[in-house]
Design a protein around this ligand. Structure first.
Ligand SMILES: Nc1ncnc2c1ncn2[C@@H]1O[C@H](COP(=O)(O)OP(=O)(O)OP(=O)(O)O)[C@@H](O)[C@H]1O
Ligand SMILES: [Mg+2]
Length: 306
């Protein structure tokens, strides 16, 4: 659905995209991650024909966004990071306006608007001015507006930013339903858990380049394995435990130590047996398995080489 090679974009002296390659198969969910200012929105804007790239070969739904923007626009839906909702219109009027822009025709446009209001749990609020909506309702309306034309490819720029946990879960459900219907999703997010939950493939943008790309589980293998943190009531217990476990990562101020481990029941049992043998009583035990947050922090920690 999307192929791009060597995409570059600069604003004056600032190189935002320094040659990035993307490949998004039809029917999949692709997540683009990156710190603030990494160029995620810029990438979405280029792929969705809103701005031009300085260089690179790009095909979106089989067309070049630079030379065939209308063909690309006919295939895509976009919801921006900053909602396109008109606060003076009601929710329904916003959707109908969108339907008119898509030339759906009066009856079909209204039907589509009602369908989406229902799907996004906005039927009750349909006749209220959008300016009175909560942040989550606005966000849902915004995404619904991007779906009016029944696109094959949907760009979601930080779709759940500012949503509460329940609204976020609802949004994830919506995204999954879209994909089940054959829609391809290109999303950007700051929430690593979101990428982990939804995405088939994840890419991390940093310093103008994609510094990693793969399935979430592949990316997690890029960072060191998990560890177990043990806390003790006093110094003697901590020291006895450090000796018994051969631990080198000891924090005397926190009365805690860390040992590498995957948190399996077998390894925990062996560890507790060793501590029992040494007479070191553990207060609390936490298991940390690497997640995408670790990957993100590790990959984007260094100042990028330009
Ligand atoms: N029209 C513009 N003119 C000049 N600089 C711009 C313009 N648009 C974006 N930039 C710069 O390009 C860089 C990338 O911006 P972009 O909005 O793509 O980042 P982002 O990854 O979406 O960040 P965020 O997570 O904060 O949304 C930033 O340094 C930004 O200031
Ligand atoms: Mg952005």
């Amino acid at each position: 659905m999307i192929t791009a090679t060597g995409v570059r974009k600069a604003y004056g002296d600032l190189t935002v995209l320094d040659g990035i390659d993307l490949h998004v198969p039809a029917g999949s969910i692709f997540a683009l991650l990156g710190p603030n200012g990494a160029g995620k929105t810029t990438t979405v804007q280029i792929l969705s024909t809103l701005i031009g790239a300085d260089a690179g070969e790009i095909r979106v739904a089989g067309h070049d966004p630079a030379t065939e923007p209308d063909a690309v626009r006919a295939a895509i839906g976009v919801t921006g990071q900053f909602a396109a909702v008109d606060g003076l219109l009601t929710g329904r009027e916003n959707l109908v306006l969108m339907a008119d822009l898509h030339h759906l025709g009066r009856a079909r446009g209204r039907r589509r608007a009602d369908e989406l209001l229902e799907q996004f749990d906005l039927t009750e609020a349909a006749a209220k001015q959008a300016s009175t909506y909560s942040g989550g309702m606005r966000r849902r309306l915004d995404i619904a507006m991007g779906l009016v034309g029944t696109p094959r490819l949907v760009f979601l720029d930080e779709p759940t930013a500012g949503l509460d946990p329940r609204s976020r879960q609802m949004m994830w459900g919506t995204v999954r339903r879209l994909v089940a219907d054959g829609v391809t999703i290109f999303l950007t997010t700051q929430y690593l858990e979101e990428a982990d939950q939804l995405a088939d493939r994840v890419a991390v943008l940093h310093g103008g380049r994609l510094v990693a790309e793969g399935r979430p589980d592949e990316l997690k293998r890029l960072v060191p394995g998990g560890h177990v943190t043990l806390r003790f009531a006093d110094g003697p217990a901590l020291r006895a435990a450090a000796v018994a476990l051969g631990a080198t990562d000891v924090d005397s101020a926190q009365l805690s130590l860390q040992v590498p481990g995957d948190g399996s029941v077998r390894s925990l049992r062996a560890m507790l047996a060793a501590l029992d043998g040494a007479g070191a009583e553990v207060e609390t035990l936490t298991v940390h398995t690497p997640d995408l947050d670790d990957v993100f922090l590790a990959l984007t920690a260094k100042e990028p080489a330009r």
